[in-house]
Design a binder for this molecule. Structure first.
Ligand SMILES: CC(C)(COP(=O)(O)OP(=O)(O)OC[C@H]1O[C@@H](n2cnc3c(N)ncnc32)[C@H](O)[C@@H]1OP(=O)(O)O)[C@@H](O)C(=O)NCCC(=O)NCCS
Length: 169
């Protein structure tokens, strides 16, 4: 399993994964909802900090794949904003629904940390997750995450407790 830039070879299984997230109403991670060519340009630009939506920072979007299929997506923001410090952090990820609980999230974050070490000037990264997202908590802690605190956020009008973790790069 490896991390790659979005690649057309895996686009079909990427869109299937996004569709299943929609069907299951999973809103903890959003897949890009645009045709592949547009997405490839959008993510390339985003990495270079070009044409960013208001308030966004440059970010690297990577797909986790095996020989055949898309398994998960991870987005690495190159810097933090006040909002990302509260919710979002440096790294966001989602594993394909039918692949949960097979160690893929843990391995994807492990490889992302190696990617950051090699390619970005970050010395430590912030990861945030919902206080009851046990899968994500395990993924972060298995990768050496140290909890800083729990803070209250309001998301879609609802109060939410967010854990904030740091991982040394
Ligand atoms: C969170 C998520 C990335 C976890 O990925 P995953 O591939 O299922 O995680 P892993 O298989 O590597 O599991 C890591 C550990 O978490 C545990 N775990 C996974 N899901 C769990 C759950 N719902 N409850 C309790 N433990 C869970 C696993 O048992 C495993 O522990 P173990 O190795 O001791 O058995 C995945 O569920 C997902 O994509 N969720 C939706 C998006 C999301 O929540 N993104 C993170 C936002 S902060």
């Amino acid at each position: 399993m490896k991390l790659i830039k979005p690649d057309k070879k895996y686009a079909e299984s990427y869109y299937r994964a996004a569709e299943i997230y929609k069907e299951k109403n999973i809103k903890l991670y959003e897949f890009f909802d645009m045709p592949f060519e547009q997405m490839a340009k959008y993510t390339e630009d985003m990495e270079k900090g070009k044409n960013l939506p208001n308030g966004w920072v440059p970010a690297t979007c990577l797909w986790f794949v095996d020989e055949q299929e898309f398994l998960g997506e991870i987005s690495i923001r190159h810097e933090l904003t006040e909002n990302l410090e509260r919710l979002g952090g440096h790294v966001g990820y989602g594993v394909r629904y039918d692949k949960w609980g097979q160690g893929i999230g843990t391995e994807m974050l492990r490889q992302a940390i190696l990617y950051i070490r090699k390619n970005l000037p970050l010395k430590k990264i912030l990861l945030t997750c919902k206080d009851d997202n046990y899968g994500s908590i395990a993924v972060i802690e298995k990768n050496g995450g140290v909890m800083q605190d729990k803070i209250e956020n309001v998301v879609d009008g609802k109060k939410r407790l967010t854990r904030r973790y740091w991982i040394e790069i």
